[in-house]
Design a protein around this ligand. Structure first.
Ligand SMILES: Nc1ncnc2c1ncn2[C@@H]1O[C@H](COP(=O)(O)OP(=O)(O)O)[C@@H](O)[C@H]1O
Ligand SMILES: [Mg+2]
Length: 261
């Protein structure tokens, strides 16, 4: 269970660039829930994920993961339970290391094992088995540098890396946005399979309203750092991307109203 309690995140305090990124945000996520997160640019989506990962420490409020308060816990410690995949396929991997080295590094996440020890013949066999179901032929290219892979191949490897060690929470920040539609679908299906197989509590930021409804079990919308829409269950199965569009529209209209009043 993740419980975000009255989270406030501000940037650039005392400067002209002052921003309220999260505004008194309350959010409770049950174990195994798969949330899709939508909202316009600057709504606070990435900050929400960064706050859960420990990259951003909130100005006030508390973060509970299961029975533990982790508000001030460092990213390193939190990495034992939380993994992330970003939009930029380069961000989550070491471009100048090989596939096998990257996977070995990922397996060490939160542990102190040396890279050399982790790249042994046993792990090579494990990595081959992991890569095979991707059907990308990567199981025969273990010694290929990550930089040689296409965006989709890298995101597939990034997902495997993120979910290799035991973890509770998977954070995906527009991880298919830089891919063409066909590759994006492939990476999404892979994501879905991994999340289901491992029963991961997942937050996925997406720009695609289709994706937001097609995958996951609950959809939330952020606007100016606040939760303005939260839908799950039967209601969620009956709404369309157009309905979500209307929700977006409403926020824009409300802004106009506020501006005019
Ligand atoms: N590191 C940062 N420094 C200053 N401002 C930031 C930083 N990160 C985010 N912001 C600001 O916080 C707000 C929310 O940003 P973000 O969470 O990245 O939005 P989203 O991911 O929904 O597009 C924006 O106004 C953004 O400019
Ligand atoms: Mg973002």
């Amino acid at each position: 269970m993740i419980f975000l309690e009255k989270i406030n995140v501000h940037f650039g305090k005392g400067t002209a660039a002052f921003r309220v990124a999260l505004n008194n945000l309350d959010l409770r996520i049950q174990e195994g829930e798969f949330l899709t997160v939508i909202g316009s640019n600057g709504a606070g989506k990435s900050t929400l994920l960064n706050t859960i990962a420990g990259e951003v420490i909130p100005d006030s409020g508390a973060i509970h993961i299961d029975d533990e308060i982790v508000t001030n816990q460092s990213t390193n410690i939190r990495a034992q339970h939380v993994a992330r995949v970003f939009q930029d396929p380069v961000a989550g991997t070491c471009a100048n290391l090989t596939i096998v080295e990257n996977l070995a590094l990922a397996m060490r996440r939160g542990k102190s094992r040396s890279l050399k020890k982790a790249v042994n013949s046993e792990s090579q066999i494990l990595f081959r088995e992991l890569l095979k179901p991707l059907n990308l032929g990567l199981e025969n290219r273990l010694d290929t540098l990550m930089t040689m892979l296409s965006g989709g191949q890298r995101q597939a490897v990034s997902l495997l890396m993120a979910t290799l060690s035991p973890l509770k929470i998977l954070l995906l920040d527009e991880h298919t946005a830089a891919l063409d539609p066909k590759t994006s679908k492939f990476v999404m299906e892979l994501t879905n399979r991994i999340v289901k197989e491992k029963g991961l509590t997942t937050l996925m930021v997406t720009h695609s309203l289709n994706q937001a409804l097609q995958y996951g079990s609950r959809t939330i919308m952020l606007h100016e750092g606040r939760l303005i829409y939260d839908v799950t269950g039967k209601e969620r199965s009956s709404i369309t991307p157009q309905d979500l569009m209307h929700q977006f529209g409403n926020t824009v209209d409300n802004d106009r109203l506020l501006l005019n009043s």
